[in-house]
Design a protein around this ligand. Structure first.
Ligand code: ACM
Ligand code: ZN
Length: 522
């Protein structure tokens, strides 16, 4: 029996007939979406090419009568595989299914008829390259694995307290200095790295060939210590800081009252807009502590000027202003939701939300849907992939529904998030990502209510063989669905993070700024 992940909508296998090989030299319709498949064939089945028969054995056809924009029909019969789709994207997803079939059936395909289309149009993976830098080749490997699972949005977290990773020509210090931290949570070794604009263009083109959109994240106004370390005027009180060495929410954020901060943000966005043609930019908005804004004369003046009552409202004003700038240039924006923040009614509903916590805010979510806000489900539980399996087990991912409300049309899609402060290399990243991301892909693609831990478990042994063929370092069941003892131990290990949350340095730093603010007010 065929075991495909994500589970196709309908799959009919005629086991009364023998499977067959489909390789001939000129074996596939030569259109751009097939090039990735040709690479695949050369990697895995180079020795099977039979010489030219003059006929295609994988026949790709665009047909406008196919049901869904990304849907496809895959039919294997009479020595050929036929894929029919409304768009090249649909053909591409059909070829991903064919790849899984070929690897599972040792280069043959069974007589099959598959009709398939996605549940959600947004099927994402977020990679935090700010905490740890993942180089071009590693990013491409992740993109290949995303495509194999029919994921179609790469959310690329490019700026963080601990590192600035994208070359910005107008502000060269951002990468000269801001991409380097002297040491890390893991010890005394320094860490650095960034993408040149040419690297970014290369990766974006790589994604587009694989039908994956790229949404860069420029996280503002919080998570900007690496930028402030290069250009202190961006902060309230012109703070002289180093690029953050450790994880934890920082109190020094961009000043929301100085014109020069807005100019910086617009300049960076100008260059990002040139690099990211999918016309969406994630502008962060998370974990922006307001300690400095409360004391800063510029921030306070901005609040007065716009009749804003609280610093949370000032943040909504800031995000809305940045969204307007993007909109003027034909771009739209996304930010992390923060339900607990007041002033959400001042935040334009044009900004979509990656919803990372709804524990305390289902009413807010419903209200935002009524206001027309678009929502992507990135709930930390169970979609944060950096969390140990003891917190987010494979089972909890498989058994999640995936939608934010009862009605699927109110959710744009789902995204798995890989935050990397405690994930310093690809080996660890793959261990945490697989097979949880595969289960997320299944939630995002397969029909609502049709998949569960039970159905996923039945496919696992074939799926492990597939991952083995790609050399992926995945977690087996004893790790991905851990025992109570392992759960407790992994929680304990992971909770040491909290020590960095509100460390002594924050207390000392806050005191220093209070003294400075008092002097200014005298
Ligand atoms: C987040 O968890 N900082 C979005
Ligand atoms: Zn300020």
């Amino acid at each position: 029996m065929l075991n495909i992940i994500p589970q196709p909508v309908r799959i009919f296998e005629d086991s009364s007939k023998e499977g067959f090989e489909i390789f001939a030299e000129d074996f596939v319709t030569d259109i751009p979406c097939a090039h990735d498949f040709i690479l695949f064939k050369n990697n895995f089945f180079a020795d099977r090419v039979k010489g030219s028969s003059g006929e295609e054995s994988v026949v790709l056809t665009i047909d406008s009568s196919v049901q869904h924009n990304e849907g496809y029909v895959l039919s294997c019969r009479g020595g050929k595989a036929y894929i029919t789709a409304k768009t090249e994207t649909g053909l591409f997803w059909g070829l991903q299914t064919l790849k899984q079939m070929l690897l599972q059936c040792k280069g043959k395909v069974p007589y099959t008829e598959i009709t398939d289309y996605p549940r959600f149009s947004y099927r994402g993976f977020m990679l935090d390259t700010g905490r740890y830098f993942y180089g071009k080749e590693n990013v491409k490997r992740i993109i290949d694995l995303m495509a194999l699972h029919k994921l179609n949005v790469f959310h690329w977290h490019l700026t963080e307290d601990q590192g600035w990773r994208v070359e910005i020509k107008k502000y060269p210090l951002l990468t000269e200095k801001g991409s380097y931290r002297s040491h890390t949570n893991f010890g005394i070794k320094s860490h650095c790295g960034y993408y040149t604009q040419d690297d970014i263009k290369e990766i974006v083109a790589y994604c587009h060939k694989r039908k994956i959109k790229v949404i860069p994240e420029f996280d503002i106004p919080g998570h900007c210590v690496s930028a402030i370390a290069c250009y202190p005027y961006l902060s309230c009180f012109d703070r002289k800081l180093s690029v953050a060495t450790h994880w934890g929410v920082k109190h020094d954020i961009l000043c929301a009252g100085k014109e020069s901060t807005y100019q910086f943000v617009y300049d960076v966005l100008d260059e990002l807009m040139e690099l990211f043609p999918d016309k969406i930019i994630h502008i962060g908005g998370d974990e922006a502590v307001k300690t400095r804004w409360k004391l800063c004369p510029h921030c306070q003046a901005e609040m007065k000027k716009h009749s804003l009552k609280t610093e949370d409202e000032l943040q909504m004003h800031f995000m809305t202003k940045v969204n307007s700038y993007l909109k003027e240039h034909g771009f739209s924006s996304v930010m992390w939701n923060y339900n607990k923040l007041g002033g959400a009614d001042l935040l334009t509903p044009e900004i979509a939300w990656t919803v990372c916590g709804i524990d305390d805010g289902e009413d807010i979510i419903k209200n935002e849907i009524c206001r027309g806000r678009r929502l992507i489900n990135t709930n930390a539980f169970p979609f944060y992939l950096d969390f140990p399996y003891g917190w987010n087990s494979l089972e909890s991912v498989c058994n999640a529904d995936g939608a934010l409300t009862e009605n699927d049309s109110e959710t744009q899609g789902i995204e798995g998030c890989m935050w990397t402060e405690y994930v310093p290399n690809m080996k660890r990243l793959e261990f945490l990502t697989f097979p949880r991301l595969s289960a997320i892909a299944e939630k995002a693609w397969s029909e609502k209510g049709k998949t569960s831990f039970k159905t996923f478990s039945l496919k696992l042994s074939d799926y492990y063989s597939l991952l083995d063929k790609f050399g992926v370092n995945y977690a087996k069941e004893n790790k991905s669905c851990p025992s109570a003892v392992y759960k407790a131990l992994s929680s304990l290990w992971f909770n040491r993070r909290v020590l960095h949350w509100q460390g002594l340095h924050n207390l000392i730093d806050n005191k220093k700024v209070e003294i400075k603010a008092k002097k200014l007010n005298k």
